[in-house]
Design a protein around this ligand. Structure first.
Ligand code: SAH
Length: 445
């Protein structure tokens, strides 16, 4: 016989629980969460039940079950041995009260399902008692698929729905929009966006396959994408055609977009309820002015989430076939930029030279000779290996290996390019003749 699934409103309704051992305790928690007025009948009780009773969270009668305990009950739960449970079940039947005898399917009017509990989103699973193990497995799988973030999201969906019903919206358009938003996915756990939401996403060094799955998923439901000029066309193609895409790169635009303007656009779109993606090359938190954007979002009270990306140094090392750190060389890896904010002091080249490890120098653009001079003046050996990687992970990537002493003689390579210093494998056997143009995917270690 097929079971009839329902979700019951129990707030304020009387539920009788016969038994107060650990099994009863586990059932009582759910009943209290649903707001039921729980009466427990059992000669002895677990500590938790005693505490609930002394806090008046439930009523506990320290005695055996009596038929009139069922008076006014909406449901009865018998969490006692089968013989005692049978009496509760039979008396419940006589009075028309639905009863569950725990672990005794023959004496049950209803079963407890396995439940994925995400606040107001509840997914209940029943196998009609055939296989509680399968129900457990399905629950676990569904819990993985629908994480805790769904609890906040389901409330947001409800709010959006109520707002739409209260508005003058055309019913057809409303239905379409409701399906559209329900087709999305909730933002990260713990973040409850009041209006829109901003995702600060790192897109990696250029190869679209280096985009994270998370970045790709979020891009899929973006309303607005504000991207910098490191983004490759292959990645931009992954943005849904319904999204508004704006290039806010500071270099290649006809008109320079200031950081302040980017912050303002980002906040304005989010305030109007949009899902905004701030998409940057590499990892947004490395030489990407993410700090200023985070400050602006916090000041505007906008929810945001950061999705890290593969930084250019990792892409460059992969292109060159080297490891960024190598315990045979040292224990430090420094990320450095040749550009700096007006007024900031220059890097401590001497400290860098003495650190004993490798350095990834971002934005070396045109300053290679100067960098080499500073490093050597700081005490770095002129024979120290270095690699220049231009357009790492892109179809036209190029890798040149040289030494700090010869850095100034390099041909100019197309941007973006990055300099790796002091990585093992950077220089071939004869450093004197090592300036070489190496095409991508060439194995040379
Ligand atoms: N947030 C970025 C870095 C931005 S600074 C990241 O984490 O990668 C911009 C600099 O990054 C460029 O001047 C260049 O030095 C480096 N860069 C970015 N993409 C690169 C690529 N594909 N190949 C080589 N260098 C790259």
């Amino acid at each position: 016989m097929k079971l009839f699934p329902i979700f019951m409103k129990l707030a304020g309704r009387r539920v009788l629980v016969v038994g107060a051992g650990p099994v009863a305790e586990s059932k009582i928690g759910g009943l209290l969460a649903a707001g039921a007025a729980v009466t427990v009948v059992a000669p002895s009780a677990t500590d938790a039940v005693r505490e609930w009773a002394s806090a008046n969270t439930l009523e506990w009668h320290s005695r055996e079950f009596r038929p009139d305990d069922l008076d006014g009950a909406a449901l009865a739960i018998a969490a006692v041995p089968a013989s005692a449970a049978k009496a509760v079940f039979e008396e419940s039947r006589r009075r028309g009260v639905l009863c569950n005898s725990v672990d005794d399917p023959g004496n049950c009017d209803f079963y407890y399902p396995a439940v994925v509990d995400r606040g107001d989103l509840q997914i209940a699973i029943s196998t009609a008692g055939h296989s509680p193990a399968l129900a457990q497995r399905l629950r676990k799988e569904l819990e993985q698929r629908f994480g805790p973030e769904y609890a906040a999201w389901i409330r947001q969906l409800g709010e959006a729905r109520r707002e739409m019903f209260a508005s003058e919206m055309d019913p057809g358009a409303r239905r379409e929009r409701l399906h559209e938003i329900a087709a999305g996915t909730p933002p990260n756990a713990g973040v409850v966006p009041s209006s829109g939401m901003v995702y600060l996403i790192g897109a990696g060094p250029g190869d679209p396959e280096l985009l994270t799955l998370k970045a790709l998923r979020i891009l899929g439901h973006s309303d607005v994408v504000l991207h910098d000029d490191l983004l490759t066309p292959e990645i931009l193609e992954l943005i849904p055609s319904t999204a508004r895409v704006e290039s806010v790169g500071k270099r290649h635009n006809d008109r320079q977009v200031t950081q302040q303007e980017i912050n303002q656009r980002m906040c304005a779109y989010a305030h109007s309820g949009k899902t905004v993606i701030r998409l940057k090359g590499g990892d947004g938190a490395i030489f990407g002015r993410a700090g200023e954007e985070i400050d602006a979002l916090r000041a505007a009270g906008i929810s945001f989430s950061i999705v890290p990306g593969v930084t250019a140094a990792s892409g460059a090392a992969a292109a060159a076939g080297v490891s960024l750190t190598d315990r045979r060389l040292g224990s430090a890896l420094v990320f450095l930029t040749a550009q700096r904010c007006k007024g900031n002091p220059p890097p401590n080249w001497k400290a860098l030279a003495e650190l004993g490890g490798a350095a990834a120098i971002y934005m070396p653009g045109g300053h290679e000779a100067h960098l080499a001079e500073e490093l050597m003046a700081g005490g770095l050996d002129r024979q120290t290996a270095c690699i220049v990687v231009s357009r790492a992970t892109r179809p036209d990537e190029r890798v040149i290996r040289t030494t700090v002493g010869k850095l100034a003689d390099l041909p100019k390579l197309p941007a973006p390019a990055l300099l790796l210093i002091g990585v093992l494998g950077a220089v071939e056997t004869d450093p004197g003749t090592s300036i070489k143009l190496i095409k991508s995917k060439t194995k040379f270690i």
